[in-house]
Design a protein around this ligand. Structure first.
Ligand code: 13P
Length: 347
């Protein structure tokens, strides 16, 4: 049987040396740990300018396959009136949408949440497809604390992402299935492993129950790292080995690729971990990135507020290039330290 268009799109999202930039920054998400929080953006206008600066970064499509944005970006224009979608398409990038409208507490829980935004989504998916959108992302998260997560939260969230995935495929959109075990907390890497394995199992069970075609998804998930406040931090080699050991237990080879989230890791850690995994030889799936903070944070820090600011764009292009090299297992800390001006061939 020949490959479906959706399967080809999913593979293109994790094409060799390329990954995804989760540029879904919106002010009302700033208090929920979305990467925009580090941005220090103070108004919707500023967020719009930042987004325009991203879209105008020269060579953005060299190491990125796609951008993820919120739905309102479809109607946003640059200061000169050019639709941002046009700038994105001109860079050769595919466009993905985060349709989540918020999160609500899981009934009976004080700590666990499920995403909102599935109601009425079918109509919107159809119109986005017509406007050239290629994929949608749905994030569900598990929080690690003593006694958490609960099985109920795992199942509810797995069903939520599976429902979105099935719906997206009906509308010819690739779903990015994003179960995230948050790294925030004091837990050990062993606990992170255990919860990640559990959440991924529940997710793939739900995908099967909902009839989702695994060849037509991209999995976005966390690496198996030590909790951010754990006194004993696993080194790069351990993170790489444990993440692969966990994924190999649970993720079917039918899945074309995994675009990791950075989840609060430093830019260098997120890049070094991905690189180390890719140096461990071929895996059943492409190992790539779908970073928000580990690409966008440096750009925000360097940005001077202009829509064509070259410092922000240089920082962004550098991070994209470092991540692209890591997705091939060709990154090095020397290249990292040499900074943005060294051509790729010198590595
Ligand atoms: P981070 O890489 O900052 O974790 O963001 C990825 C993302 O899109 C979360 O949904």
């Amino acid at each position: 049987m020949s490959e479906s268009t959706l399967a080809a799109t999913a593979r293109a999202m994790v094409a060799p040396g390329k990954g995804i930039f989760a540029a879904d920054v919106r002010l009302k998400d700033l208090d929920r740990g979305a990467w925009g929080k580090v941005a220090g953006l103070e108004s919707e206008e500023e967020a719009g300018d930042f987004q325009e600066m991203i879209c105008r970064t020269p060579g953005l499509g060299e190491h990125l396959s796609s951008l993820i944005v919120f739905p309102e970006v479809l109607d946003r224009t640059a200061r000169d009136g050019t639709p941002l979608t046009e700038l994105i398409a001109d860079q050769g990038l595919m466009l993905g949408i985060t349709p989540t409208t918020g999160f609500q507490l899981l009934g009976g829980s004080q700590y666990e949440y499920v995403p909102r935004g599935l109601e009425g989504l079918a109509k919107r998916l159809g119109s986005w497809r017509e406007r050239g959108v290629s994929f949608v992302k749905w994030r569900v998260a598990a929080r690690v604390m003593p006694g958490l997560p609960t099985e109920r939260a795992m199942i509810s969230n797995a069903r939520s992402v599976a429902e979105l995935a099935a719906l997206a495929q009906q509308f010819d959109l690739v779903p990015i299935v994003e179960p995230e075990v948050e790294m925030q907390g004091e837990h050990s890497i062993e606990r992170q492993f255990q919860v990640t394995e559990w959440f991924l199992h529940r997710t793939f069970e739900a995908l099967y129950e909902h009839g989702v075609s695994l060849e037509e998804i991209v999995l976005k998930t966390n690496m198996v790292v030590s909790g951010s406040d754990c006194p004993d931090q696993a080194d790069t080699a351990t993170v790489a080995a444990e993440t692969l050991r966990c994924l190999r237990r649970v993720v079917p080879p039918a899945v074309p690729g995994i675009g990791f989230l950075s989840g609060g890791q430093t830019d260098i850690d997120a890049t070094a971990h991905l690189d180390a995994m890719n140096r461990l030889g071929p895996q059943p799936w492409v190992l790539s990135f779908s970073y928000g903070r580990a690409i966008g944070r440096a750009a925000v820090e360097a940005w001077d507020g202009k829509t064509d600011d070259s410092n922000g764009q240089t920082a962004l292009a550098h991070r994209a290039r470092m991540c692209g090299l890591a997705s091939l297992g060709q990154w090095s800390s020397d290249l990292e330290e040499a900074g943005p001006d060294v051509p790729a061939s010198s590595g």
